[in-house]
Ligand binder design. Structure first.
Ligand SMILES: Nc1ncnc2c1ncn2[C@@H]1O[C@H](COP(=O)(O)OP(=O)(O)O)[C@@H](O)[C@H]1O
Ligand SMILES: [Mg+2]
Length: 361
């Protein structure tokens, strides 16, 4: 997978700009607040139909403009693909090879990227939200079924939570099983895919971690709850867990069990990394998980995703930077940094200087 061109118009602080990327390493460099992250955010949007952090597309539109337009010319294993997004305040339109897509799930898989930012480096020490986000984004890109199940699950979950706040006890008790039937169907799809994903991810992450630490540390990752069997059995297990928690859910006014509460158990050299690992260890662990994610993409889709490294080099020590560059060699990588010389050590790359929303020749 590679992105050949990226076009931005009225997107964030860009008025109009075109980026040409080469195979291998591309480095966007420049001072702070010049538009490096904005550029890779556009890449992320064209891959996932979502922005990096924000919930409202409006912020993506250049201040004072009405609409933003971004597009990428890419090449995947099937050939050339163009993805365009037209973003207005209240609506957006995404086209793949010129045809408008009806739903976001149809976008997934055309252009894939694995995105890596300082936030992701805190994947292990931060709260469970980050770790669920990691699974959700990663699995969605190779499984539209997962993405769709997740959307439907969240919708029913909202309705269930609203019901839990209803003061009519008998109405609530009559209605809950009906919601739960549906909720568990989608939850089971989510759980099953997560379990499969983590079973693949764990041994690869372990290998990456050994590579990054020269064999000094081990790493293992799994879901923090155990599930057995196929989707139907998982749905039954979840239904039981939900009904066991009726009283608690009613008291708290929200749903306390289910995939929206699941977390990862991460073990580094025999200790619970979330609670006890040092900052250096958790960063290396996060790097291992992300590099494993890249590898899984390759296995599931037959090609490497585009790797985006936004500002991560400054967070890593010299040895890990070198290891990282060594590891990603040969994949198309878009890397942002403030000082090229400090991170690249003469690596062969396409350097692009960004200044105030423009490419500086
Ligand atoms: N919608 C927008 N319109 C105009 N400027 C924006 C918009 N959103 C963000 N910016 C500007 O973009 C700049 C930050 O760009 P960013 O890509 O995060 O910088 P960096 O190069 O440090 O990664 C800030 O100056 C911010 O004001
Ligand atoms: Mg930035």
């Amino acid at each position: 997978m590679r992105i050949k061109k990226l076009f931005l118009q009225n997107f964030r602080n860009y008025e109009r700009e075109e980026f040409c990327f080469q195979d291998g390493l591309n480095v966007l460099f420049g001072k702070n607040a010049q538009g490096k992250t904005n550029c890779v955010e556009a890449v992320f949007y064209l891959c996932t139909g979502a922005s990096l952090r924000i919930r409202h597309d409006k912020q993506l539109i250049k201040l004072g403009a009405e609409t933003a337009q971004i597009s990428a010319e890419a090449e995947n294993r099937y050939g050339n693909v163009t993805v365009e997004a037209l973003i207005s305040e209240n609506k957006r339109e995404i086209r793949v090879n010129g045809s408008k897509i009806a739903k976001n799930a149809d976008l997934m898989g055309h252009v894939n990227s694995v995105f890596f930012s300082p936030g992701e480096l805190r994947l292990i020490q931060d709260g469970p939200d980050e770790r669920r986000r990691f699974m959700n984004i990663s699995i969605s890109q190779t499984s539209p079924a997962y993405y769709t199940a997740l959307l439907r699950y969240n919708k029913i979950l909202d309705q269930r939570n609203a019901l839990l706040k209803n003061s009519d006890y008998s109405l609530v008790m009559d209605t809950l099983p009906v919601w739960d039937e549906q909720l568990c169907k989608y939850a089971a799809t989510i759980v099953k895919k997560r379990v499969e994903f983590l079973e693949k991810l764990s041994p690869i992450a372990e290998e990456m971690h050994a590579f990054l630490t020269d064999g000094a540390e081990t790493l293992a990752v799994k879901l923090d709850k155990t599930f057995k069997g196929d989707e139907a059995e998982i749905a039954e297990t979840l239904k039981r867990r939900l009904s066991n928690n009726y009283e608690k859910d009613l008291r708290l006014g929200f749903t306390t069990v289910g995939p929206h509460r699941d977390d990862l158990d991460i073990d580094i050299s025999g200790i619970d990394a979330k609670a006890y690992a040092s900052q250096g260890q958790t960063r290396t662990g996060a790097l291992s998980l992300k590099l494993a994610e890249v590898q899984i993409f390759k296995e599931l889709s037959g090609e490497y995703p585009v790797l985006v490294l936004d500002d991560v080099m400054s967070e890593l020590d010299l040895r890990r930077r070198k290891k990282l560059l060594q590891r990603v060699h040969g994949m198309q990588t878009i890397l942002t940094c403030t000082h090229t010389e400090r991170v690249l050590y003469g690596a062969d790359c396409n350097k692009i200087r960004i200044e105030n929303g423009r490419i500086k020749e």
